[in-house]
Ligand binder design. Structure first.
Ligand SMILES: [Zn+2]
Length: 192
C-alpha cells in the first residue's frame, strides 16, 4: 500500500495539565469526509434541491476546503449546526450528529475521486441526486450506509485508484498526505 494512503488517526496528545490538545486539522487546504449519524426516520428539506428521506444510519458527505482557512475553517463550520443553511450539507447537519471527520491535506481537489470511491463501498446508496454535486458530474457527494462505513475500506479504494493512475500514465504512485481522523471528543471547542 502506498504510504500516501496509510491510516494515521490524529490522536490528541496530553499536555502537562492533562488536557488533551486538539486533533483538529490545521488551516491548510485539503479534502474531507464528514461521517454523520441519524437516529430517526423523517423527511427533511434540502433547500431548493428538494426533500431527503432521512433514515436511521450513517451519512457520509465528501467535500474539499481549498480556500482561506482551509480544513480548519471548513470543518469548524460543519462542527456547528448552521442556523442559516447555505450549502446542502448544512440542511442535513441540522438533523444529524457528527460522528467523525476524515481528512487529508493537499492543494489538489480530490473530492470527486473520494466520492467515486465512496460510491463503490459495500452498502453505499445515494439518497438524493445532486447533493453537494451541483458543479460536477459525480451525481452526488452524499452517501448513506445502514452500518458505519470504514475508513480502511475507503483508503484501500483511494490507494487502488492512485496505483491505477500511476500505471496508466507510467509514473510512480502519487505520495500525498495520509488520511487522518478526528473524533468528536478531539474537537477543542466541542460539537453542536
Ligand atoms: Zn464531484
Amino acid at each position: 500500500m502506498p504510504v500516501c494512503c496509510r491510516v494515521n488517526p490524529a490522536r490528541p496528545s496530553r499536555g502537562r495539565a492533562g488536557i488533551a490538545t486538539s486533533a483538529e486539522p490545521r488551516p491548510a487546504p485539503g479534502t474531507y469526509a464528514l461521517v454523520l449519524s441519524s437516529s430517526k426516520d423523517s423527511l427533511i428539506k434540502v433547500g431548493r434541491l428538494g426533500w431527503l428521506r432521512l433514515q436511521r444510519g450513517f451519512y457520509v458527505y465528501i467535500g474539499s476546503a481549498l480556500g482561506p482557512g482551509g480544513l480548519y475553517a471548513r470543518i469548524g463550520h460543519h462542527r456547528r449546526r448552521a442556523t442559516r443553511p447555505r450549502w446542502h450539507i448544512d440542511y442535513l447537519r441540522q438533523h444529524t450528529r457528527l460522528e467523525r471527520v476524515w481528512y487529508r491535506y493537499g492543494g489538489a481537489r480530490y473530492e470527486h475521486e473520494w466520492a467515486r470511491a465512496m460510491r463503490t463501498l459495500p452498502g453505499a446508496t445515494t439518497p438524493l441526486d445532486g447533493f453537494g454535486s451541483s458543479d460536477c458530474d459525480c451525481g452526488s457527494h452524499l452517501f448513506f450506509f445502514e452500518n458505519r462505513p470504514s475508513l480502511r475500506a475507503l483508503e484501500r479504494l483511494i490507494s487502488a485508484g492512485a496505483v491505477r493512475r500511476a500505471r496508466k500514465y507510467g509514473r510512480p504512485a502519487e505520495c500525498s498526505e495520509e488520511i487522518r481522523q478526528v473524533l468528536p471528543n478531539e474537537f477543542a471547542q466541542g460539537l453542536k
